[in-house]
Design a protein. Structure first.
Ligand code: PBG
Length: 327
């Protein structure tokens, strides 16, 4: 036996500069997309209690946020809309002057180089809060798959026509990517890419978002269309189908509790792979930090680094601005 091991990993940990040289993962402003919540009005800035530092903003405020994101070097924002009126079909989502369509035009006018991603789902626009058309069969509420696909295609075209750079379907309907691709191509938007929330779990981490987007289902839950948190192999099937249907980017959501899934999807398919660090991930860190139990800024950077290390090419995160300022 040797008196001490020859290989000493601590040699390369001795100074900050040595550690920088051998660091495998580094965060950069290019890694982030900032989520924004837009609602009608002027000068509206409603704080979102469970997402401190984030607001429901009217379009003037959204444009200001978009400018700041661009100034910080953040490549893009993702828009969620809270319409003036909700109905059974989610009509505002397809309207030429729907809230998100108007917001996209305003941002593209003001900051043309910023990537504007549009979340493509019905739950923010339907009065029942589900991600598709709801039917009652035998007393049990259910979301109808194929009738929903037709509407999703119309939403995609409305968003692309307004200038969306990237549509991001998040409703977990079977066949949604194929239907959206066909609708976009048929309407002259063959150049508009699709980022599919291919792997989206029925997660308890979405709570604060549903407050922010006023999109909680009135009855029931989303387990009939979102994935069971227990399943990882099924995630590969979801991703494979979406890629076959024409997805350009695959998204895994939530991020922190699903890093194993993120790594597998990224390794298996090699497509640009995004992760959504969701509202509950942000809120729980913030809540603990506010009590002085953890260092919130350090924990946030550690989590974001871990998500990138696990395979994310970029991260949708409520920490986008804070992280860039801390880098
Ligand atoms: C819409 C949608 C949700 C989120 C993004 N798009 C909520 C849901 O599925 O209920 C959640 C994002 C977050 O928690 O930050 N389908």
């Amino acid at each position: 036996m040797m008196p001490f091991p020859k290989t000493r990993l601590r040699r390369l940990r001795a100074t900050p500069a040595l550690r920088r040289l051998v660091r495998e993962t580094a965060l950069a402003p290019d890694d982030f997309i900032l989520p924004l919540f837009v609602r009608p009005g002027r000068g509206v800035r409603n704080p979102i209690a469970s997402l401190p530092g984030h607001f429901q903003l009217s379009i003037d405020g959204i444009v200001r946020e978009a400018r700041e994101a661009a100034r910080l070097g953040i490549p893009g924002v993702i828009l969620f809309g809270i319409p003036a009126r909700k109905d059974a079909r989610g009509s505002d989502a397809v309207a030429r002057h729907g809230i998100v369509q108007d917001a996209v035009r305003a941002i593209k006018d003001a900051v043309p180089d910023l990537v504007v991603v549009t979340d493509l789902c019905l739950c923010e626009y339907t009065d029942h809060g589900h991600c598709g058309v709801v039917a009652r069969r035998g007393g049990r509420p259910g979301v109808l798959n194929d009738p929903t696909l037709k509407i999703l295609g119309e939403v995609a075209v409305a968003q692309a026509a307004a200038g969306s750079d990237l549509v991001a379907p998040s409703g977990m309907m079977d066949g949604m990517v194929g239907a959206i691709r066909a609708a976009l191509d048929g309407a002259g938007f063959a150049g508009t890419p699709i980022m599919s929330y291919a792997v989206k779990y029925a997660s308890a981490f979405y709570g604060p978002f549903r407050e922010a987007a006023e999109s909680a289902p009135r009855s029931g839950d989303r387990r009939g269309y979102q994935m069971d948190p227990a399943n990882a192999r099924e995630a590969l099937r979801e991703a494979a189908l979406d890629i076959e249907e024409g997805a350009d980017i695959i998204l895994v959501k939530p991020a922190l509790a699903y890093l194993d899934v993120l790594t597998r999807v990224r390794d298996r398919f090699g497509l640009p792979t995004a992760a959504y660090s969701v509202s509950g991930e942000f809120a729980m860190v913030r809540a603990a930090a506010d009590r002085g139990w953890i260092n919130g800024a350090a924990v946030a950077l550690e989590i974001l680094t871990a998500i990138k290390r696990a395979g994310a090419d970029f991260i949708l995160t409520y920490w986008a601005k804070d992280a860039v300022k801390a880098l």
